[in-house]
Design a protein around this ligand. Structure first.
Ligand code: UGB
Length: 431
């Protein structure tokens, strides 16, 4: 007779002895054998289902980027209308990342002065996509179409270039954010490396080739401690994957300039802020938390030193972008072949006066008329650098770049926008 234990757990390894010669045991063995076969089949089916589901999710994640609906006569008409130039000597510009913070402002500025603008954006959910949709509506109301699609969709890019002879590309689409790179490293490779190459491939084959102006970042200076940061300083010590992908972008664009004659201008933006800004950035999330009575975390550097940034107001950045487009010089290639040397330029676009993060908080408190609940912590090893400070003399010489908005003034404009956009204006005490 099997023990109670054997009856309860007949297939427990080591418990069931097949050489007992007992018919009951043999029956049990057959039963065990068929159970284990069924078990193996079940395992096989589960494995099949799992691989099918992961394949589906792979397809889905791909189509998340490529799900855009584009094409058709009506759509083509909208693209051509948006690209129409309304001033003599004007340009037609493809603005990537047009529903982003800088992209929206640059697109509006170009449109307002009579240039043709077609926007492209993948509307990903790195931060609240409803803000991107609101920016898109703003652009639409000014006659700028934002095509929904991803940089890695080469067919869409080729179609856009087939329809419009873009003179310039203002490439602002990117996976931004220094600290998020530790959470989602692949998104940086997808947008800042693969997406960039996909775009450059189409640019180099276009006839005529456009001039390309694109957003690099002050973060490429990484651990450089020579201040202020000049374009010729070391950029081989990035502190974050974000910085590394931007630095890689500078090298990648250089090869397209060298091999195919594309005119390239890389702009190293220094912590850009302002109305319609990015909710993931400190000034924006601090404002949200202060208004909601929630604490804010302020990072502190080595030896309790405050961190500082060369915060740069969006209108100054827009002037820098337009100045770069206007002076970009032409690409030289045709049919994917270089016909001569084309410009390769890099510019710092900063404010030239760094401000410590706690001082930024003081200014916000004054504008919001609410005290912040400060939680001061040592800077975690998350890719942040202790300070940034731009030397802008190169951009000044080349196109008269001169920032004019200090942090106090710029944050006032941001707060005014924030209160209005999020409906605080009717609430008492926040005017
Ligand atoms: O110039 C750039 O190349 C980059 O600028 C921006 O990065 P950063 O300069 O890091 O801006 P941002 O996040 O606003 O943090 C500002 C300060 O607040 C500190 N900080 C931040 C968050 C927080 O909770 N607490 C805090 O103290 C933080 O330690 C830092 O000292 C862009 O996001 C980035 O996409 C890129 O364009």
């Amino acid at each position: 007779m099997p023990s109670l234990e054997e009856e309860l757990f007949p297939s427990t390894p080591g418990k069931f002895k097949i050489d007992r010669g007992h018919s009951m045991n043999r029956q049990f063995h057959r039963c065990f054998a068929s159970t284990s076969t069924m078990f193996l089949w079940a395992l096989f089916l589960i494995a099949l289902t799992v691989s099918y589901l992961s394949f589906q999710s792979f397809v889905d994640s791909g189509s998340r980027y490529f799900s855009a609906s584009w094409g058709g006569i009506q759509w083509e008409k909208q693209v051509r209308n948006s690209a129409q130039i309304h001033r003599s000597g004007g340009m037609s510009v493809l603005v990537t990342g047009a529903a982003g913070f800088v992209g929206t402002h640059v697109s509006l500025a170009l449109k307002k002065r009579g240039d043709g603008v077609v926007g492209l954006d993948n509307f990903n959910n790195y931060y609240d996509p409803s803000l991107k949709r609101a920016r898109k509506s703003l652009l639409n109301s000014h006659g700028v179409l934002v095509v929904e699609g991803d940089l890695n969709d080469g067919k869409l890019l080729a179609k856009l270039f087939d329809m419009v002879a873009f003179t310039h590309v203002m490439h602002l689409a990117a996976q931004a954010g220094v600290r998020y790179a530790m959470e989602n490293p692949n998104s940086y490779v997808h947008s800042n490396i693969a997406g960039l190459v996909s775009l450059l491939e189409v640019c180099k084959s276009a006839n005529p080739q456009p001039a390309v102006v694109w957003a690099s970042s002050s973060s490429v200076y990484g651990l450089n401690d020579k201040v202020p940061f000049s374009e010729a300083d070391r950029t081989d010590q990035p502190a974050s994957l974000y910085a590394a992908t931007k630095k890689a972008g500078e090298e990648i664009t250089h090869t397209y300039n060298h091999i195919y004659g594309l005119s390239i201008t890389g702009l190293r933006f220094f912590t850009v802020y302002g109305p319609w800004g990015r909710p993931d950035m400190a000034y924006f999330s601090f404002t949200r938390n202060i208004l909601q009575g929630k604490p804010i975390t302020i990072y502190r550097g080595k030896n309790r030193a405050d961190l500082a940034r060369d915060f740069t107001y969006i209108d100054d950045i827009v002037k820098g972008c337009l100045g770069s487009l206007d002076t970009s010089g032409k690409s030289t290639g045709t049919g994917g072949k270089k016909k001569g040397n084309a410009p390769y330029r890099i510019f710092n676009l900063g404010n030239t006066s760094p401000v410590k993060v706690p001082v930024l908080v003081n200014i916000l408190e004054r504008h919001l008329k609410v005290k912040a609940k400060r939680n001061i912590v040592d800077m975690p090893g998350n890719g942040d650098v202790p300070f940034t400070h731009a030397n802008i003399s190169h951009a000044q010489r080349e196109f008269g770049y001169k920032p004019t908005t200090d942090l106090q003034t710029g944050l006032k404009k941001f707060v005014r926008w924030y209160l209005s956009y999020y409906g605080y204006n009717n609430r008492k005490g926040l005017q």
